[in-house]
Ligand binder design. Structure first.
Ligand code: F6P
Length: 367
């Protein structure tokens, strides 16, 4: 029987949903029942720490020190219950213009006989996969990012767990906000896309939601807060995406410089807003940065299910010799799309149809 060696890795920021995707890819690839039907025998190797695991690798083995380890159905049996990634991750870019290590990655893919690479990641990790695919490597992508900003898919792993975290944390803030009649500005992640703030705000019933796709007016925010108080509100919850900014302003950056994929580390808008609102409305205001809490914890039911569907679909693509693609979720169906149509684009909130520019909140009416 033909034998195919698959390597699987997780890259970029971790999130809930990665382990379920790994488990189901491994389980589907190694199923003896399916093996008979497919007439191909797969072997799956886990590559540690994203693309970094392919830079520094001497041998393959079960040893915890190894960067490439064999995965079995038994090893991954319970993985879908856990957050993070048991394979580890990194933001290593082998195509970093200042330190191009792509040749080492290509050499190691060949040296260790990896006939296919399943890359689970966002635009950065899958961007590397696309470049490798152009260099002749068989790749399959699985979409993941709590930001839900990848193009050509309606879902990216980790998003719904992050939304659950936001909702739970806002519930918690409500009791203390109410006791003190305070305003809480809650800063979410999301980079340049507002999905986490928007849908987290909608789920938790935030009074005001500020997103990067629509520059807000500080005067309008203050006006809305005072209007709410006049109408009897005892406290307010305001959700602000880390990439949101006031009209005429720029994004708030917490660390100078960029990473190897050219990203700035955003953050600080929440604290700025809390100070501004307090100063202008004379109401007590506090800020909370949810930060990496949004990426932590066990996957919610939806991420376990979507991880399962994406993991299975990745093996389907391999069985069909259909490479250079990302599995995706579109219009209620699991399907796939060429990576070349995904990379370099961003899935933004459509402010014309999904955002109320007057009340700074979600807008989900029939148009
Ligand atoms: O892309 C995922 C994300 O969580 C962004 O929302 C956030 O800006 C960034 O990663 C944080 O990255 P790091 O883990 O490097 O702090």
């Amino acid at each position: 029987m033909e034998k195919i060696r698959i390597g699987i890795l997780t890259g970029g920021g971790d999130c809930a949903g990665l382990n379920p995707a790994i488990k189901w890819a491994v389980k589907t690839a190694l199923s003896e029942r399916l093996e008979g039907e497919r007439g191909v025998q797969y072997e799956v190797l886990g590559i540690k720490n994203g693309w970094r695991g392919l830079l520094n690798v001497e041998s393959v083995g079960p040893d915890a020190e190894e960067n490439i380890i064999p995965l079995s159905q038994e090893k991954v049996r319970t993985w879908d219950r856990y957050g993070g990634t048991f394979l580890g991750t990194s933001r290593t870019n082998p195509y970093d213009p200042e330190n191009d290590q792509s040749k080492t990655v290509l050499d190691n893919i060949e040296k260790f006989g990896l006939e296919v690479i399943i890359a689970i990641g966002g635009d950065d990790t899958l961007g590397v996969a696309l470049k490798l695919s152009k260099a002749g490597v068989n790749v399959v992508g699985i979409p993941k990012t709590i930001d839900k900003d990848l193009a050509e898919t309606d879902y990216t792993l980790g998003f719904e767990t992050a939304i659950s975290v936001i909702t739970e944390e806002v519930d918690r803030l409500r009791t203390t906000a109410g006791s003190h009649q305070r305003i809480f500005v809650v800063e979410t992640m999301g980079r340049h896309a507002g999905w986490l703030a928007l849908e987290g705000g909608e789920s938790s019933g935030a009074y005001i939601i500020l997103i990067p796709e629509y520059d807000f007016s500080l005067e309008r925010v203050n006006e809305l807060v005072l209007e709410g108080r006049k109408a009897g509100a005892r406290y307010d919850i305001i959700l602000v995406a880390e990439g949101a900014k006031p009209v005429g302003g720029t994004e708030f950056v917490k660390i100078e410089g960029v990473d190897s994929f050219g990203h700035k580390a955003l953050g600080g808008i929440g604290e700025y807003m809390a100070d501004e609102i307090a100063g202008n409305t004379k109401l007590e205001c506090r800020s909370v940065v949810l930060s990496h809490l949004q990426r932590g914890g066990a996957p919610c039911a939806y991420d376990r299910r979507m991880g399962r569907y994406f993991g299975i679909a990745a093996i389907d693509l391999i069985t069909n010799n259909d490479y250079g693609k990302m599995v995706c979720y579109r219009n209620g169906r699991i399907t796939s799309v060429p990576l070349s149509r995904v990379i370099g684009k961003t899935n933004f909130v459509n402010v014309e149809t999904e955002y109320d520019k007057e009340r700074y909140n979600g807008r989900r009416t029939i148009l």
